[in-house]
Design a protein around this ligand. Sequence first.
Ligand code: IMP
Ligand code: MG
Length: 174
Amino acid sequence: MSEKIKVLLSEDSVDKRIQEIGEQISKDYEGKQVHLVCVLKGGAFFMCELAKRITIPVSIDYMAVSSYGGATASSGVVRIIKDLDETLEGKDVIVVEDIVDSGNTLNYLLGLLKERKPASLKLCTLLDKPERRVVDVFVDYTGFAIPDEFVVGYGLDYDQKYRNLPFIGVIEII
Ligand code: IMP
Ligand code: MG
């Protein structure tokens, strides 16, 4: 069995879209500071690129949860593997994710983070697969809505591989 990667979103188009989201966030939070909460590992590439394009003050923190094993289907089980280092109280928080699929991960995570009393809490995702939604999750900033296909690159993995691809690709097992 081998894997083939087909480009779905080029490096250029992803970069352009991240620039637009960065500008939008800078405008929406003008005069404030945003606290970006990166969901590891997938959100890391996106968050770094996004943070560089935000022109208001930014602080960052990381959190790791697991919802997938080595497979490509959601288990619906979410586990905290690494919690945040800092408190969220009084902060304008934006959770930065690689992709919203079933919505299980974000639904759980946003509920948990809300209890920590941030001044505001929003969600920013690079990719969204609306067709796959099982639980309702409101997404404030979306890079791209994509069809129901398994994608890799820009932080997204297949069995821990391909996170480093500078574009979004569709993986085909042949
Ligand atoms: P959800 O809980 O089903 O919304 O899944 C969220 C997580 O599943 C994401 O943060 C990814 O880590 C992973 N995931 C969902 N779809 C894909 C995909 O197409 N490629 C790689 N990882 C994915
Ligand atoms: Mg993820």
